[in-house]
Design a protein around this ligand. Structure first.
Ligand code: NAD
Length: 499
């Protein structure tokens, strides 16, 4: 049994709180490691160390900081297979999917190599007589992030890469379900030349999060996870005067128009609905076919494809489409929601409840489920299931279909499948969802755009990565400088107007 650590000032340190949580191998159900859960005192000590290290890092010129990111990219590529294996072992996702998790984080690190350009200020020459005005972006100080289990490489990198490139220290509180990859990332950053104390990894649960939320030293909190926790962290962090951005849960709809290529749409739904066992905030969990004929055909095409899905452990390599869910409790919750769907009158077209994998009976595997005739009042529609369960809600018209996505409380991602440019354009313009795919099922923006949902999928103002990250992790300071030549008029008592 492995005992995991915290990563503080460039070293692995053991937890001393005496509290631990189990880290499972979801494919076998075995406990493979113990994750230390930090106490408030431990977190406060780690924050103090970060605060001591940060000013020197902020004083390093931006291109030197960027070179650390450049070196880090090389190390991530060097260790890609190792990282993916560690990630799959704790999370359960397939190896190619785990490599994608690392890759999508790496791309944001690459973007952060451009930090010197992003941090350049604005300058107005001669804003008034003898007056120049300039704005600069300065690091916040000690920043922190709390991340979910489902992307243990990507989301930490989305936070700490821009935070660090801006000159901040960053304290990462990863998910206690799969903390090994975040610890490995911290080791790699040290190898890349990051000074000690600038990326600290503190493992823990609510106690550690609360210590970060109530610390006077921590200037900003980034959070990605479920909506109830996002709401709590946003409210508490804001009440404590911090800059906070929280990204929450999702229920992503895909509208399938009668003119869509239905084979293409069914293939897309298969990957977007069941990939990573549905444990993606950008998973499509609701299919909305428009018209009875479209719905009947879609269900038929989906059913035959779902029958070919290969569910198994990551050790099966490329020969598996998706793996187990994260814990036994997650599996139980998914199956409970499936039962509620049946009880509330939805038609279970593909039933994955009795899925069993020989040799892996104790693993947290959930077979694929497909529901038809779902209505908007059912729990399987209103709640995030976060499992391999696709619900079909039939719409008579495009207006009814777009209405479902608009009225849902979540607004992370959505997609439309159509051959009609007019419909696609109308959809993109009107939909109240943050990330929109047109004939693209999982529209995750690239690193140089920003990532974020709308409605209950987000709390805060700025998105993740892209230019928004550089705004979130810096404060603007604007200097008005006057170097008068022989101007000695005495005091001015009205507000200065330079026009
Ligand atoms: P979670 O909310 O259970 O946990 C997220 C983090 O919060 C973890 O680090 C956890 O330790 C911490 N936490 C848990 N309970 C807490 C509490 N009571 N107080 C303080 N901190 C607490 O989420 P999860 O199960 O790890 O991740 C899945 C969720 O994340 C889904 O809802 C998914 O949609 C969402 N998600 C959203 C995005 C996005 O960008 N919108 C991306 C990925 C995942």
């Amino acid at each position: 049994m492995q005992n995991l650590t915290h990563f503080v000032n460039g070293e692995h340190i053991e937890g001393v709180s005496g509290r631990f949580s189990d880290v499972f191998n979801p494919a076998t159900g075995e406990v493979q490691a113990q994750c230390p859960l930090a106490s408030t005192e431990e977190v406060n000590a780690i924050i103090a160390k970060a605060a001591a290290a940060q000013p020197a890092w902020a004083a390093v010129n931006p291109q030197r900081r960027a070179r650390v990111m450049m070196k880090f990219v090389g190390l991530l590529n060097r260790d890609m297979d190792k990282l993916a294996e560690a990630l799959s072992r704790e999370h359960g996702k397939t190896l190619p999917d785990a490599a994608g998790d690392v890759q999508r984080g790496l791309e944001v690190v690459e973007y952060c190599i451009g930090a010197p350009q992003m941090l350049k200020g604005d300058f107005t020459d001669s804003a008034g007589p003898g007056i120049d005005m300039y704005s600069m972006r300065q690091a916040l100080g000690v920043t922190a992030g709390i991340t979910p289990f489902n992307f243990p490489a990507m989301i930490p990198m989305w936070m700490f890469a821009p935070a660090i490139a801006c000159g901040n220290a960053f304290i990462l509180k990863p998910s206690e379900r799969d903390p090994s990859v975040p610890l490995m990332l911290a080791e790699l950053l040290k190898e890349a030349g990051l000074p000690d104390g600038i990326l600290q990894v503190v493992n823990g649960d609510k106690e550690a999060v609360d210590a970060l939320l109530h610390s006077e030293t921590v200037q900003s909190i980034g959070f990605v996870g479920s909506t109830p926790i996002a709401e709590y962290i946003y409210a508490t962090g804001c009440a404590n005067g911090k800059r906070v951005q929280c990204f929450g849960g999702a229920k992503n709809h895909m509208i399938i128009m009668p003119d869509a290529d239905l084979d293409q749409a069914a293939d897309a739904l298969l990957g977007a609905g069941y990939g990573a066992a549905g444990e993606r905030c950008m998973a499509i969990s609701v299919a909305v076919p428009v018209g009875e004929e479209t719905a009947d055909l879609l269900i038929e095409k989906l059913t035959s494809r779902i029958e070919t899905l290969k569910v198994g452990p990551y050790t099966a390599g490329n020969d598996v489409d998706y793996g187990p869910v994260i814990t036994a409790a997650a599996k139980e919750n998914i199956l409970k929601l499936v039962q509620s769907g049946i009880d509330q009158g939805a038609k279970l077209v593909v039933d994955g409840r009795n899925f069993n994998l020989q040799g892996y009976e104790d693993g947290f595997f959930v077979g694929p489920h497909l529901f038809d005739n779902v209505t908007s009042d059912m729990d399987i529609y209103t709640k995030e299931i976060f499992g391999p369960v696709l619900s079909t809600i039939r719409a008579k018209t495009y207006e009814e279909a777009i209405g479902y996505a608009m009225d849902h409380e979540y607004g992370n991602g959505t997609a439309i499948y159509t051959r009609d440019g007019d419909t696609a354009r109308d959809f993109a313009n009107r939909i109240n969802v943050g990330m929109v795919g047109i004939n693209v099922p999982i529209p995750v923006p690239l690193a140089y755009h920003t990532f974020g949902g709308w409605k209950k999928s987000v709390f805060g103002d700025l998105n993740q990565h892209g230019p928004d990250a550089f705004k979130f992790y810096t404060r603007t300071k604007t200097v008005t400088a006057r170097w008068p030549s022989g101007i000695k008029e005495g005091g001015e008592f009205s507000i200065p107007v330079m026009g």
